[in-house]
Design a protein around this ligand. Structure first.
Ligand SMILES: *Cc1c(COP(=O)(O)O)cnc(C)c1O
Length: 515
């Protein structure tokens, strides 16, 4: 079957309305899988015939073909370019996913991360040959300590969730060193899912703390749960409702009174960087998502880095390696009696360290202060523009992200999911939906400081118009969305559990049954 006829029949089989003969929509080109492109052993390279040699492999010699697609260079180029055009990215448009901090990635960071002195070195090289790289790790560590007011930082964790694991393992080691055993970790209801998962992975029982009607931790409920069997609290500040926890000093004091540690999920550090030092809030350990606060491309499981700042009491238990100043320049401590050992091969995500330091140094202290201020300003601008039609979940201003609930959709027949799908047709990646769980039908929007007023206004105009459309009774429009994408609305559960990874030309069921 030719590529073209395969595309046509596959498109029909996919259940999408075949509005065009080819299945293409405008310049959105249909594309099948690379492994389904086998045009008779075609190849992108010409290799000479292998010389005749005496057969020595014997019985293990492969009999048939291994099923690699036979494609020429232009076919490969087209395939991957077409796939890339199906991506939505921060380079394409506003990416309002709350909690994820999808902001512009300065190209300067990318340029510096590609310098051969950073990109082409190997972590097993002799320390004397990588002094510059170690100095960079040390300088970034200095900045992270200065910005948080904390005395130590573990650089190696590879993401936010990995940083949580590092922090809780460090806390557990410190508690065990005191000769104590504690069983519980307190986690507010509004926490990111990684918090209870981390606590459970470290063997702790997770106790939830409810939110109060203002979207903050219920202090009385917290104090009632504090007892000598509590190892730590894991609190996010600003929290996942986009709100600052005003009782944070009292929370820290109450937690310390029972000998527990205060772990802060610092993924939202971008809202306070340069303005508040977590050490001054009584925090003992906090991970920083370099890939959120200090930019760098992330998402889709892409590279992250989650260094953890630590208090004096926790620092001795930090995972190795440690970069230290020695007699002959920078040295690596790879073993230590108290350290909990290695959490990751080598030193951490070097490429991310370069990007983060480039970001920090190009902004400077005053620039970072401006970053958090603009992030909060942009979120509040959207709150002010949207509150006329949407329903803010809580009273008052927000921090770096703004949370709406679904009361504005009441009696319209439209649900949060439908609303988000309609945004896709308008050219926007949806905001975070149904998270946090503390409000009904949540819509969480994080515009970040890198959006211009013009771009925020366009987004707000679209969201307002959609809200009016829902209220005017046009539920049909929302239920049918998205209409303009290569695939229409998927059964998301089935798509996750039983993904169709093959292009299915008509009549393929018979071929499959025969296999
Ligand atoms: C993003 C995020 C995490 C997890 O970070 P990863 O780098 O994705 O592992 C944890 N907590 C909060 C509040 C977050 O926003």
């Amino acid at each position: 079957m030719s590529e073209w006829s395969q595309a046509v029949s596959g498109f029909r089989a996919s259940g999408a309305a075949a509005e065009t003969i080819s299945g293409n929509r405008g310049l959105q080109i249909e594309e099948n899988l690379l492994f389904e492109k086998d045009y008779g052993g075609r190849s992108g390279v010409d290799l000479p015939e292998p010389p005749k040699v005496r057969e020595r492999i014997g019985a293990v010699r492969r009999k048939g073909r291994i099923g690699l697609p036979g494609v020429s260079e232009p076919q490969v180029v087209r395939h991957f370019t077409r796939l890339s055009q199906k991506n939505y990215s921060i380079d394409t448009g506003l990416y309002p996913l709350g909690s994820c901090t999808m902001k512009h990635n300065p190209r300067l960071n990318e340029k510096l991360a590609r310098l051969p002195g950073f990109a082409d070195i190997h972590p097993l090289q002799p320390v004397s040959t990588v002094q510059g790289a170690l100095e960079l790790i040390d300088r970034l560590a200095w900045w992270l300590k200065a910005l948080t007011g904390m005395p130590a930082v573990a650089m190696s964790p590879a993401a936010g969730a990995h940083g949580e694991l590092c922090g809780i393992m460090t806390i557990r080691a410190a508690i065990e060193a005191r000769g104590e055993r504690r069983q519980k970790i307190l986690v507010p209801d509004s926490a990111h899912g990684t918090n209870p998962a981390t606590a459970a992975a470290c063997g702790y029982a997770v106790e939830a703390i409810p939110a109060d009607p203002r979207g903050r931790v219920d202090l009385a409920a917290l104090e009632a749960k504090l007892a000598p069997d509590v190892a730590a609290i894991m609190l996010t500040n600003p929290n996942t409702c986009g709100l600052f926890e005003p009782d944070i000093l009292r929370i820290a004091e109450a937690v310390h009174r029972v000998g527990a540690f205060f772990y802060c999920d610092g993924a939202n550090f971008n809202a306070i960087v340069g303005r508040v030092r977590p050490a001054d809030l009584g925090i003992d350990a906090m991970h920083i998502n370099l890939h959120k606060t200090f930019s760098t491309p992330h998402g889709g499981g892409g590279p992250g880095a989650g260094p953890v700042v630590l208090s004096e009491a926790l620092a001795p238990f930090a995972p190795v390696p440690w970069v230290v100043h020695g007699k002959k320049g920078f040295e690596l401590v790879e073993k230590d009696k108290k350290s909990l050992g290695r959490l990751k091969g080598f030193h951490g995500q070097m490429g991310m360290f370069v990007r983060a330091l480039a970001y920090i140094m190009s902004h400077g202290a005053d620039g970072l202060w401006q970053v958090s201020g603009d992030a909060v300003l942009n979120a509040n601008y959207l709150l002010a523009r949207l509150r006329g039609e949407l329903t803010p979940a809580f009273e008052g201003p927000c921090m770096h992200e703004v949370l709406f609930d679904d009361r504005f959709l009441k009696d319209t027949g439209v649900q949060t999911l439908d609303f988000a799908k309609a945004l896709i047709d308008e050219g926007y990646h949806p905001m975070t939906m149904y998270f946090p769980l503390v409000v009904h039908g949540a819509l969480l929007v994080e515009p970040t400081e890198t959006e211009s007023k013009d771009s925020l206004d366009r987004f707000a105009d679209v969201v307002l118009a959609l809200a009016r459309r829902a209220k005017a009774g046009d539920a049909e429009h929302f239920k049918g969305a998205p209409r303009l994408t290569p695939r229409r609305r998927l059964d998301e559960t089935a798509a996750a559990r039983k993904p169709v990874l093959r292009w299915r030309p008509e009549g393929s069921e018979k071929a499959e049954a025969a296999e």
